[in-house]
Structure formats: structure tokens, C-alpha cells
Design a protein around this ligand. Structure first.
Ligand SMILES: [Zn+2]
Length: 461
């Protein structure tokens, strides 16, 4: 009866009510999901070390980055486990309002702050979650466990006996032996590092390094041989050394209008990266300072590609019949209308013979650049191996190509006055791992024998 009554009163049937309610719930659900759909993404945070490692030392430089570009990080925990001990290195919780897309941790620093480490196996356990609604609102989870060894033992380093008489602005070589765990070794002279290479004529753990004592470093700058293992442990040793200070020349260069008018437009036309500075003389200074620096940086970068073998033999060649017009490391003060506008060091030799004189390769090697090269105009660079590069600048024409192997005295092209040159001459420069070195030593057969070749000879043991 009741059912009939309700029907009579115009009420909906129970079925209709269920349909309406279900639809309503669905609409609300869809609306809720629609409004919060971004919170339902399923991408877990990403955990990444800045490099792979199997060992860590006492002061390991290792970075960890955890990122979640979706909803941002909610929680990060970093634990270090060694034996029975477990230490929380970091336990962070982040509000959604914070901008926590990415967090970086210096693992090495956290370890030294929180834990007294023991040599041997250890593991880093890292987990992170984000502000997603997934996993019953707990967020997407990411977890990694990184197993490694704590290595607190620095590599062994033994210098082969030798006395090192070094000229300021000059070069030198050193031979040493390292233990097998050594990953990087070489010579540190002030801010400059010169990598060591295996010495082929000796056992597998013997290394040699050619290094330069930059002309503008104080004569008391220590020379240190360094050996580093994969864990970052370092051993250093100081060879017996005596550095001879050198007095370099100073020269005033008076900038004449016709010189500036000749060189500036030419360099600009070959170097789109240089901005005109309004007045020609200002653009000259921009070229003379910034382009000079960039050219030398390019050489330093190219020397990283140089292999560990000498491509050259015996003394380097000074351009035949040439007259020296300017010396290595001359300090040049540039004057315009009586005022100093710039000061730069001339890191090579200016050699002149006659106009369009054939330019000869100073020694055997491989051509790595043969084109217009900033302040040096038409230039050839030759890689002689072990980071030693020779430069031939201001040429009028170039007859070699990059990749070409050349022999000592081979013709590279003709002398000229391209780039920052006032007259026809060759600018000859030598760079060791990008550091300009005095060519006089490399032109001297006796110096090469005493300071390089004899040192690298197989020992009589
Ligand atoms: Zn020059």
C-alpha cells in the first residue's frame, strides 16, 4: 500500500533515487579528480649522485640531487650504514608551499659532520617521497641503496731522485712512481696543474710529467707532485727544486691611428663575437685584452686533447735566418695620445726575415688549427704531444690543414702581418698545457737533453 501511496504522491522510485545519487557521487568524484588531477601523477622523485663511485675517502666530494618536478618533494631521508651502525645524515620534510622541486646534498660533508667512519664496506640508503595523492595520499616513493667502500688510505708516491733547476717562465720534467690505486697524478705549480703520463720505458706504475713555471708566478711558488685515488685521498711530495727568477723586459707601444685603423676592422671581420666599442681604440683594447685571453683559453682547452706521447724529436727549431724583434714575456704598455690604454704580456717571440718568408714547423707534430685565430691572425697550431703546442701567427697564407702530420722544417705557409701585427713577421709561441713557456729552452738541444730526455731514459736499475 505504502509503495502505491508514494507513487501516488509523485515520489521517485528507489531505483531512480539510486541512479540520481550514484550520478551525483560520480560527478563530485570527477570534479574532485578534475580539480586535483595534477596531484595524482605517478612519477616518483629522482635520486642521482653527481658521479658514480665505488669508494669514498675521508673528505669525499660527492653530491646528491633529489628532484621531483611534478608535485615537489615531501620527505627525504639519507642514512649511512656501516656494520651495525646506522646514522641519519639528513631527514627533511617539506611543505607543499616550499619550492622543493630539487634538493642537493653534499654527502661528503654530511658524513664528516655526523659519523666517525671506519675503512671498509658501507652503504648509503636514500628515500624520498613527493606530494602526489598516490599510494593512499602517501605520495610516490623512491628509494636507492648505494654500496661502496670507505678507503682512507692515500696512494703511495715516490719521487725518483733528481734536482730541478727551473727558470721562471720555463719548463721542467719530473719522474715518479705511484701505487696502483692512483687515479690522477701530476704536478701542481701554484694554480696550474700538469697531468702525469705513464713512462713507457719503465714499469707500469712509473709516471712522468712535463710542467711549466709560469713567468708571472712568484719564484717561491712551491712545485708539488700530487697523486690522488678514486676516493679523493691525496698524497703530495715536493721535489728538490731551485727556481731562478727572471727579469722580463718592459716596452711601451705607441698606438698610431693608421695601425689601429688597419688591424681593428680586419680582426672584427673575422671575429663576430667581438663587440665594437664605439671608438676604434676602445675596440682595439677589447681585442688586445679579451680576445687575447679567449685565444689563450682555446689553446688551453685544445691541449687537453693532447696525448701522453712525444710526437717530437730533439731540439725545436727557431725560424731559420730570423731576427728577434720581440722577446718572451715582454710587458707591453699601450699608449694612445700619450695615455696608457692597456697593458699585456707578449707570450712568444717575434721573428722576422723577409716579407712572405716560408714558415717552418719547429718540430714534428700534428696540425690542430690552421685558420684565422683572433689576435694572431692567420695561425697554425701544432700539437707535439704531452700538452705541448706551438703557435705560428700573423701568416699571410697557410698551406696545411688540421689533422695533418708535419715534420720539423716542413713549410706551414708564408709569413705576413694578419691579426695584431704592425709589419711582416712570425709570432712564435709555445704553450705547455695552455701555459705559455719560454721557447729559448726548447730551442736548446742541451737543455732538452738535461731537463727532459735524460730524465725520461730508462733507469739503469
Ligand atoms: Zn708577437
Amino acid at each position: 500500500m505504502k509503495q502505491i501511496k508514494s507513487k501516488e504522491r509523485g515520489f521517485a522510485s528507489p531505483l531512480t533515487i539510486i541512479v540520481v545519487l550514484t550520478s551525483l557521487v560520480l560527478v563530485i568524484l570527477l570534479a574532485a579528480i578534475g580539480l586535483t588531477y595534477k596531484r595524482w601523477e605517478g612519477q616518483a622523485p629522482e635520486i642521482a649522485f653527481d658521479r658514480d663511485f665505488k669508494t669514498l675517502g675521508r673528505t669525499a666530494a660527492i653530491g646528491l640531487t633529489i628532484s621531483d618536478p611534478g608535485n615537489g618533494l615531501k620527505q627525504v631521508t639519507i642514512r649511512l650504514k656501516q656494520g651495525e651502525q646506522e646514522v641519519v645524515l639528513a631527514g627533511d620534510a617539506f611543505d607543499r608551499s616550499e619550492t622543493t622541486g630539487t634538493r642537493s646534498y653534499e654527502i661528503g660533508k654530511l658524513i664528516t659532520e655526523k659519523q666517525k667512519i671506519q675503512p671498509g664496506p658501507a652503504s648509503l640508503l636514500i628515500n624520498a617521497s613527493d606530494h602526489s595523492f598516490r599510494n593512499f595520499l602517501r605520495g610516490n616513493q623512491a628509494e636507492i641503496a648505494k654500496e661502496f667502500q670507505f678507503d682512507l688510505e692515500p696512494p703511495r708516491l715516490e719521487l725518483l731522485p733528481g734536482q730541478h733547476y727551473i727558470n721562471q717562465g720555463g719548463s721542467e720534467s719530473v719522474v715518479y712512481r705511484v701505487s696502483e690505486d692512483t687515479e690522477v697524478s701530476g704536478v701542481q705549480v701554484g694554480p696550474n696543474f700538469f697531468p702525469g703520463f705513464p713512462l713507457k720505458s719503465a714499469d707500469a706504475n712509473t709516471r712522468f710529467a712535463l710542467f711549466a713555471f709560469r713567468y708571472d708566478l712568484p719564484a717561491d711558488t712551491p712545485v708539488k707532485v700530487v697523486a690522488r685515488d678514486a676516493a679523493g685521498n691525496e698524497t703530495t711530495a715536493q721535489p728538490w727544486q731551485k727556481v731562478f727568477p727572471k727579469q722580463f723586459r718592459t716596452r711601451d707601444i705607441v698606438l698610431e691611428d693608421n695601425f689601429v685603423q688597419k688591424v681593428v676592422p680586419e680582426v672584427l671581420s673575422h671575429t663576430p663575437s667581438i663587440q665594437e666599442q664605439g671608438e676604434l681604440v676602445k675596440t682595439f683594447v677589447e681585442i688586445n685584452s679579451n680576445l687575447r685571453r679567449k685565444n689563450h683559453e682555446t689553446i688551453a682547452n685544445m691541449s687537453k686533447e693532447s696525448g701522453g706521447e712525444f710526437l717530437w724529436k730533439d731540439a725545436f727549431l727557431q725560424l731559420s735566418n730570423s731576427q728577434v724583434e720581440a722577446f718572451f714575456a715582454d710587458r707591453r704598455t699601450y699608449l694612445y695620445e700619450g695615455k696608457q690604454v692597456d697593458q699585456q704580456d707578449h707570450v712568444g717571440f717575434d721573428l722576422s726575415v723577409v716579407r712572405h718568408y716560408p714558415i717552418e714547423a719547429a718540430n714534428d707534430g700534428k696540425v690542430i688549427l690552421a685558420e684565422y685565430f683572433g689576435i694572431y691572425g692567420n695561425t697554425v697550431l701544432i700539437d707535439h704531444g704531452v700538452g705541448l703546442i706551438s703557435l705560428y701567427g700573423h701568416m699571410s697564407s697557410i698551406d696545411v690543414k688540421p689533422g695533418q702530420t708535419v715534420k720539423k722544417k716542413d713549410a706551414l705557409g708564408k709569413s705576413g702581418e694578419t691579426g695584431l701585427a704592425g709589419g711582416d713577421h712570425l709570432h712564435f709561441g709555445l704553450f705547455l698545457q695552455g701555459i705559455p713557456v719560454n721557447p729559448t729552452e726548447w730551442w736548446d738541444a742541451k737543455w732538452i737533453k738535461d731537463h727532459v730526455l735524460d730524465r725520461l731514459k730508462p733507469s739503469s736499475e
